[in-house]
Design a protein around this ligand. Structure first.
Ligand code: GTQ
Ligand code: FE2
Length: 376
């Protein structure tokens, strides 16, 4: 059974003497048997679970250690071929409270993907929106719509749904990276399409340019090419490079030190990856951000509607999610369920950098998004 789906059980109603429930009489029992026969469920037995005062996530806060993820991915690299059928050597984080399904949160897929030297992952496309983020290594190019895009440490590569894409490792070392997709959301809402592409990409597509065509067209700050439509649903810029993200964050913290406005709370700088034509989120369903916490600083504690996944990019520190707290280091990944508080502290002498993705655009589009900063 798929535990995130509704169990295939018939209606079972129990007359009980619980508070706020009708008197358990023979007449009530008979009424409930009638409901069962006609597949009817009254609101009064369900209200607490269906309409709680605030989100109560089924997902749990959980941490996955990068050394274990990488080790197991490397073992898979030696044992499991990559090709048609399985499509990708991607291994998903399974939230411990979502019944063994490959879902990091109720809406988000998060996986480590691994390619051996010279390997190709075949071309396909799907309506699920996706991105890649690289915590270490280089050597793989992802080919999106025929445009080869380099992947190196700190780079963020969004890829909106229905774009053809393949990956190839042009280096002599294996490479690992993380993928984020809205697979659980698409699955649950029964809205997904998938197609295979060509088995082999062309020699031109297997080249390894430093800059992709998309970066040459769209990667100039504040400058939009007039040959292109501006309001595509996902970003046309296929790579956001680490040197730009890093400079944006260090400039914010420097501005703070110089006494100017620059940060969202003392010692906590953050940027959101945005669509260069619209300024909105890079993907319709997934928000992506990079956060930097200065040495010795602590973020505010806050909670919001929707779930997030974080990966520690650099540094060490402490992260608390609800009642759980972990010491974290490079590559570790963790889940923050809906309406559970999050706080990070950098107790090292260098900054703590955190990559974050969430499903916030879904809730913003539906006017269901709320953020609450906890009292200090
Ligand atoms: O690289 O195309 O982790 O299609 C899951 C589904 C990666 C990919 C995943 C995918 C991909
Ligand atoms: Fe894919």
């Amino acid at each position: 059974m798929n535990p995130i789906d509704l169990p295939p059980s018939p209606v079972r109603l129990q007359a009980t003497s619980a508070p706020n429930q009708p008197e358990p009489t023979a007449a009530l029992e008979e009424l409930y048997r009638g409901f069962e026969q006609e597949l009817l469920v009254p609101l009064w037995t369900e209200i607490g679970g269906l309409m709680p005062p605030h989100p109560r996530s089924k997902a749990e806060a959980h941490l996955w250690r990068w050394d274990r993820l990488k080790q197991l991915a490397s073992e898979a690299g030696h044992i499991v071929p990559v090709g048609r059928g399985g499509e990708r050597r991607a291994i998903a984080l399974a939230n411990p409270a979502l019944g063994g399904r490959p879902y990091a949160t109720p809406t988000l897929w998060a996986a480590i993907q691994y390619l051996m030297p010279g390997e190709h992952a075949p071309e396909h496309r799907h309506t699920q929106h996706a991105f890649r983020f690289i915590v270490e290594g280089e050597g793989v190019w992802t080919v999106v719509g025929g445009d080869p895009v380099r992947m190196s440490r700190g780079d963020f590569l969004p890829q909106a749904g229905w774009n053809w894409h393949a990956h190839h490792n042009a280096a002599t070392e294996p490479m690992a990276w993380i993928d984020g997709l809205d697979i659980p959301f698409s699955y649950y809402t029964e809205s997904q399409f998938f197609e295979h592409g060509r088995d082999e990409i062309t020699a031109a597509e297997q080249t390894t340019p430093d800059r992709s065509r998309s970066e040459r067209l769209w990667g100039h700050p504040g400058l939009r090419p007039l040959s292109q439509p501006a309001d595509t649903p996902g970003t046309p810029l296929l790579a956001y490079r680490w040197e730009d993200t890093d400079r944006a964050l260090s400039d914010q913290l420097a501005l703070e030190e110089e006494g100017h406005v620059g940060v969202i709370s003392p010692g906590h700088a953050a940027v959101r990856f945005t669509h260069p034509g619209t300024g909105r989120d890079v993907l319709p369903t997934i928000r992506c951000e990079m956060h930097r916490v200065r040495a010795g600083s602590t973020t505010r504690s806050w909670r919001e509607v929707g779930s997030s996944v974080y990966q520690i990019f650099e540094g060490t520190g402490k992260v608390s999610v609800g009642s759980k707290e972990w010491r974290v280091q490079r590559g570790d990944m963790l889940v923050v369920p809906s309406w559970v508080s999050f706080q990070a502290r950098c107790d090292d002498d260098a900054a703590l950098d955190l990559f974050r993705f969430s499903d916030a655009p879904i809730f913003e589009a539906l006017h269901q998004h709320r953020v609450q900063i906890d009292a200090e």
